[in-house]
Design a binder for this molecule. Structure first.
Ligand SMILES: [Cu+2]
Length: 126
């Protein structure tokens, strides 16, 4: 019994430590090797709802292809996503998802926002 408690405490400590160390924003979570050439893709999903974009800040690696998917979970003006740097705009309906693909340069920040520039987010390539 005592040992179990100790393990639980250690796990909790580890989780807290991870949370404290994690930098702001979310990293592209799913780096897969799709192609036989060893070409790496980064997959990021941003949820769109009445309070904006989640996560609003995404970290990716520069020089590698990014697949950015917007998934709409609500009816909101955030469903109209403008990405000026990429000359792209996406219009979502509730429940819809759309993907864009691009390869950012190292150090590049790609901002996106709703049409009114009220809800904002960005992809930062490091
Ligand atoms: Cu708006």
């Amino acid at each position: 019994m005592k040992t179990n408690l100790r393990i639980a405490a250690l796990s909790l400590g580890g989780a807290l430590l991870t949370a404290a160390i994690a930098p702001q924003g979310a990293w592209a979570h799913n780096e897969k090797e799709h192609h036989k050439g060893g070409h790496k893709d980064q997959h990021v999903t941003v949820t769109v709802d009445g309070s904006g974009y989640h996560p609003a800040m995404v970290n990716v690696k520069g020089g590698q292809e990014v697949h950015l998917t917007f998934v709409s979970k609500g009816s909101s003006c955030a469903n109209g996503v403008r990405i000026p740097t990429l000359h792209k705009s996406i219009d979502l309906k509730q429940g819809q998802k759309k993907e864009i693909t691009f390869t950012p340069k190292k150090g590049q920040t790609i901002a996106f926002a709703c049409q009114m520039n009220m809800f904002k987010g960005k992809v930062m390539a490091k």
